[in-house]
Design a binder for this molecule. Structure first.
Ligand SMILES: [Mg+2]
Length: 248
């Protein structure tokens, strides 16, 4: 990573208009760079299918949604240090199974479900198709980039590498500075590692609060990646529906 200060302002891909002068870009990881929802729901179904024989497509969709969207309070408890990573995962699985009247037994059955899920899930993690062209463009423009995530560094390092994103060398996890998003310190550590200034650094992520608004509050230029067309009443920041929009 060279010094960004020595580089002239880029007038290429990110140079004009919407985002102003951009000398660095930080990305969220889950559901921004990698399709975590696909990996979660695919692995979840595979390890739970024997418990829910005959569940229809709508049922599996609901099952996945409970795990990925309706039980995120357990992940918040993990971030707050109140649950371990595996505990929050198991509680989310139990909630999804419980919705369909299946109770995972404590002990061996829970352990087997959890370890099989943990074994399978990483194999389904893949990068979104719009990631490589953006990273190629950043490389071509000499703009440094990295990732700032609300999970621990080593876990996310393996995830990026196995998704074919080893080229993302700068990675800040919750254990890097000891605080999660939206604490300003975690975004600013990413900025420090890029060697840029906050106001010249884009932060792009799928979570409106933790990514777009949190990074903006820390002095970066937050961009909300709204891949799924969520409505966002009152949101006044930058919004894109694909990373390809960064190249427009
Ligand atoms: Mg995310």
């Amino acid at each position: 990573m060279g010094s960004a200060a020595a580089r002239p302002a880029t007038t290429g891909i990110f140079g004009s208009g919407t985002f102003g002068t951009v000398r660095g870009v930080l990305f969220d990881i889950d559901d921004t760079l990698v399709d975590l929802e696909y990996a979660l729901t695919t692995a979840l179904r595979e390890v739970s299918e024997h418990l829910l024989p005959g569940l229809d497509a709508a049922g599996w969709e609901k099952f996945g949604r409970i795990f990925t969207h309706e039980t995120t309070h357990y992940y918040d408890q993990y971030l707050a240090g109140e649950l371990t990573f595996n505990e929050q995962r198991l509680l989310r699985g139990r909630a999804a199974l419980g919705h369909f009247g299946v109770e995972l037994e404590e002990g061996e059955e829970s352990h087997a479900w959890l370890s099989e899920y943990a074994r399978l899930q990483p194999s389904y993690v893949r990068a979104f198709e719009d990631v490589a062209p953006v990273l190629d463009a950043l490389d071509a423009a000499g703009i440094p980039y990295g990732a700032v995530s609300n999970n621990v560094h080593d876990y996310q390092r393996v995830k990026l590498d196995s998704a074919g994103l080893a080229r993302i060398a700068v990675l800040v996890g919750t254990d890097t500075v000891g605080v999660p998003k939206p604490d300003p310190a975690i975004y600013l550590e990413g900025v420090r590692l890029l060697g840029t200034r906050p106001e010249e650094t884009l932060y792009v992520g799928d979570n409106r609060l933790l990514d777009a608004e949190g990074s903006t509050a820390a002095g970066l230029r937050g961009v909300w990646l709204n891949r799924v067309g969520d409505t966002a009443e009152g949101f006044v920041g930058h919004e894109i529906d694909s990373l390809a929009r960064l190249l427009d």
